[in-house]
Design a protein around this ligand. Sequence first.
Ligand code: ZN
Ligand code: CU
Length: 489
Amino acid sequence: MSAYDLLITDTDVIDGTGGPIRRADVGVSGDRVMAVGNLVAEGAMAKETIDGSGLALAPGFIDVHTHDDRLVLTQPSVAPKTSQGVTTVVTGNCGVSLAPFVPGSRAGESDPPGPMALLGSWADYRFPTLADYNAALADSPAAINVASLVGHSTLRAGVMMDTFDRAATKAEIDAMARMLEQSLKDGAVGLSTGLAYPTAIHAPTDEIVELAACLKDFGALYTTHMRNEGPDLVESVDETIDIARRSGAATVISHHKCVGRENWGKSHDSLAHIKAAQKDITLDYDLYPYTATSTILLKDFLSTSEKTVLTSSVPHPELVGREFDSVVAEWGCSVDEAIRRLSPAGAVYFRMDEAEVRRIMAFPGAMIASDGLPIDEGRPHPRLWGTFPRVLGHYCRDEGVLTLEEAVHRMSGKPASVFGLKDRGVIREGAFADLVLFNPKTVIDRATFEAPETPAGGIERVYVNGALVWHDLAWTGARPGRRVGRAVA
Ligand code: ZN
Ligand code: CU
């Protein structure tokens, strides 16, 4: 007879593999799942028993597309994620990571360039190596696990001092490759790019191939916010496939989508190209379940947007929540001038098609990820707090886009295997006890564009490495999160 630390009884286990739901008891001791089965009938005992009847137990969700680099250090609850049942985040997406960056190396620039400002101010870019970032996280652990990507724009900002509007030189590529390789030794899970941003849009394909070629030996990934997600969506997918082929790196397309009404429908072709490439290369993608995008305020993105709402503005916080066009009209200035006055600023851009979001979500193996942008003062896109419950409640239960088993797989087992997170993302004997107990009848996102920082409903209990971190709509205060990734598992 066994005595577990924790026994969750009579619950619908969705094990993360995509296999069918089965009613079982789950025993946890220390940081691991010890057994799954008819444990109560077999006489199992436990220090704590939770009645899981009427609820579903899934592996904690793995948010593979985040910008939580700073949040996990400054807000150990990581409440926007913990509240959704997320137990692991992958930071450093879209080409921007806090590490590695030598502090002060761009002295004289008041704010970080373009997308780097999404993660914070220069004061936040204080980690010359990923090992330094890891140490900070070890000193101040978060409630949830953290895996890190290295951002290509962050590397560029460390070595290209004159302008980003050119290809990196051979010497600069070598310097970036050395920083990338050191980061991979320090446990990074891969390299990310944000080729649509001013810091990287002039980087030619060859520059990316040379850097991505470092990844294969480490079994690390290449992830990309592609050069274009509108008129040149399909060409951008083809460029990504080319980079994947030539570098040999397993590749993930970030937040796959199609923006701009005149481009809607291009995902038929983009998905066909992805499917064809999957025959001979390892290619996956993630998506978030909304028809609005969110990023920095940038003229390029306004052209495909039907409505643009400010999420943040450092000089003008009083204008958060306002439509950009109304601010331009009120000021009677040009669009460029308004952007200049508002920046650093963020915005939500309404520019996708619901039918296309569903098509991209339904594609086999598509991973669910938030791309949430935590901001101190402002009104973030609701995907930050709502992504996972929205897929489970709205898209699965209410709309039938995916089965519950399939959706959970795209949030747990699938991302764990793509990102090489050993013993995570599944419920089975020996796996880490990252678990979410939720009510499938009530689970739903409550974050809206008007009130985006609202925790989801139906998320009952969230465990990380065997410790309870979220219960009764609140953080428990526990900080059991670890660094995860292939080299530091
Ligand atoms: Zn992005
Ligand atoms: Cu992103």
